[in-house]
Design a protein around this ligand. Sequence first.
Ligand SMILES: Nc1nc2c(c(=O)[nH]1)N[C@H]1C(S)=C(S)[C@@H](COP(=O)(O)O)O[C@H]1N2
Ligand SMILES: [Mo]
Length: 213
Amino acid sequence: MPDWKKLIAGKIAIAKKGNTPGKVNQDIRVPAGQTEVKNFPILDLGILPDINKDNWQLRVYGLVENELNLDWEAFQALPQITDVSDFHCVTRWTRLDMDWVGVKAQELLMMADPLENARYVTLHGYDGYTTNLPLEALLDDDVIVAHSVLGYPLTTAHGGPVRMIVPKRYAWKGAKWLKAIELHEHDRRGFWEVRGYHNEADPFKEQRFSDDE
Ligand SMILES: Nc1nc2c(c(=O)[nH]1)N[C@H]1C(S)=C(S)[C@@H](COP(=O)(O)O)O[C@H]1N2
Ligand SMILES: [Mo]
């Protein structure tokens, strides 16, 4: 049984010390099968939800001690960070050095206080989109619930007011128009994961399709 409280506290302590030198191999920033782009393409289901700062809420629920329901003001009051990471889309483009601004997922999970049997999360978007991850993947230091990038608030097209960014996975694992983070015990495949995309989605292992699982 993982002690989530201890694990989250430990990760935060490491994060505060800064990144381990040499942890990132700068030579291979663009994974195999990807091409670097300088623009920022838009990929989604084509449903633009009518969500803005005034009607947006983020819920963290399921296997947690304290369910969270945060409006824009409460979200803005949390510690804000910038995390620079690379964005890898399974449709074979990579954009380097995206400077996401927002709240660390660690922070929200620490507040929600996962129960001992929490193992997996489903991210829900306001367009009905879902994607799944192990809870531990959300505790990585670079996972951010972001409201701005490249110097501007996120446009609606890119998932504004708030989206999830999980740099170590292909971009479909980052829900745009983030509505909720649901914690559960057993893994539940999300929208693309039941339609042929890989459950793990590590771009450096080219985990694109579920045939390779
Ligand atoms: N809510 C929601 N989030 C989503 C999607 C979506 O359709 N709905 N598409 C995913 C996919 S497949 C990708 S590649 C990225 C694209 O993000 P972008 O449009 O900002 O480039 O968002 C992901 N998050
Ligand atoms: Mo995608």
